[in-house]
Ligand binder design. Structure first.
Ligand SMILES: [Zn+2]
Length: 73
């Protein structure tokens, strides 16, 4: 069984993924910076755990837009 580790970029916490299952969810951001940035040609990848996502977005002037993605039965 393949074991993989997901690490939160913010707090550094490690989450073990066994057989493709980790009972957590994460924010993953992948950004290919373009010509009008100072990082043209670079791809930046970030993983945040839910706790760090919450404390990060709590600092925003505008809260993230939230909508339902599935019908809860
Ligand atoms: Zn974290």
């Amino acid at each position: 069984m393949e074991t993989k580790v997901i690490r939160c970029n913010c707090c550094g916490e490690e989450y073990i993924v066994e057989g493709g299952v980790v009972k957590k969810d994460f924010l993953t951001i992948e950004k290919d910076w373009g010509f009008f940035s100072k990082k043209d040609g670079q791809r930046h990848s970030i993983v945040l755990c839910e706790k760090c996502y919450d404390s990060w977005t709590a600092q925003f002037q505008l809260a993230p837009a939230i909508s339902d993605t599935k019908e809860l039965i």
